[in-house]
Design a protein around this ligand. Structure first.
Ligand code: KDG
Length: 318
């Protein structure tokens, strides 16, 4: 039974093979599937969960590649359609020896950005337990924003646990003000909010994890939990009904690529909640999958199978 749903834009990412070169000088790239929400669906499926992914690709080789990879990953692709009227989005990513890589998007007017609220009509959400929403998809176009809101309303009507990853992508928004206002408004409709510390600062004006959490907890009746991602340091958690707590991050020997770590965090959290784990256990798993994610090149290659997660826990004394 499909227990998890996400909506987003699937992308192909072409990762530079040459290390530390500016993107314009790179000659060789390796192809992977990406897209924040698809990363999350892949991670959930790898941990044995039934993940339903709602989106659209173009009728082109990148679109075919994404559908094949999503099928291979074991994702339910019944709502991943093809359109003849737009192309699949992609991005290119630098390969860096340290720090965050430079990225360049090729996704304007992409197939996924053409989804409309009508595409939600046939979607049944009554069996879904957790839905992962992110701030990327609503930034793609006016219709994507409407589609997002329509789905969110349906999920709330069906009492699905909604997790919103703020996922700021300034390049996709008209300006910063519009991004902040829209994301904070959308956050009101979710139960769990997952801002990164830098995002929280942009969105709330405070760099204090507790103040960021308080901002989201006080602006909405629906929001009951805020988990502020602190990168290597771990995560700060505050709920409406219990004492706040911190979960320490795991030590990582070598960071290969930070892109996809936030999605990995969501994978750990949401998979554990689906398995009935406590919030504390779920955030520990979130930090674990985030730590595994940064040790690999593709966005989602480091996400673990259940065996790999067990092994990671043993090595780290969890
Ligand atoms: O979180 C990983 C994403 O950043 C990457 O897959 C591309 O979806 C993407 C985006 O919009 O940045």
């Amino acid at each position: 039974m499909t227990e998890f749903l996400t909506i987003g834009e699937p992308l192909v990412v072409l990762v530079a093979q040459e290390i530390d070169l500016p993107l314009e000088q790179v000659q060789h790239f390796t192809k992977y599937v990406a897209g924040a929400e698809l990363n999350v669906a892949i991670g959930l499926a790898r941990l044995g969960h039934q993940a339903l992914y709602l989106s659209e690709v173009g009728d082109d080789p990148f679109g075919n590649f994404i559908i094949d990879e999503a099928d291979k990953a074991g994702i339910d692709t019944s709502l991943l359609t093809k359109t003849l009227s737009a192309a699949t989005g992609f991005y290119i990513k630098q390969n860096v020896s340290h720090g965050d890589p430079q990225v360049a998007y090729f996704r304007k007017n992409s197939a996924a950005s053409q989804l409309t609220a009508f595409d939600i009509d046939s979607v049944s959400t009554d069996r879904i337990k957790i839905a992962h929403l992110s701030g990327i998809f609503p930034a793609l176009s006016k219709t994507a924003l409407e589609t997002f809101k329509t789905l969110n309303t349906k999920l709330n009507a069906d009492h699905v646990l909604t997790v919103f990853d703020t996922n700021l992508r300034p390049a996709l928004w008209q300006d910063e003000e519009q991004m902040i206002q829209t994301i904070n408004c959308l956050a009101k409709e979710s139960q769990i909010i997952l801002p990164g510390i830098n995002e929280g600062e942009i969105l709330t004006g405070s760099r204090s994890p507790e103040q960021i959490a308080d901002f989201y907890l006080s602006q909405s009746e629906l929001t009951h939990t805020v988990i502020v991602k602190l990168g290597a340091e771990g995560a700060f958690v505050k709920t409406k009904s219990s004492e706040p707590f911190m979960v320490r991050g795991f030590k990582v020997k070598k960071i290969v690529d930070t892109v996809g770590a936030g999605d990995g965090f969501a994978v750990g959290l949401e998979s554990a909640l689906l398995e009935g784990k406590s919030l504390h256990e779920a955030v520990v798993r979130a930090c674990a999958v985030g730590a595994l994610a940064v040790q690999n090149q593709g966005d989602n290659d480091g996400y673990p199978t259940p065996d790999q997660l067990r092994e990671f826990y043993q090595r780290n004394g969890v």
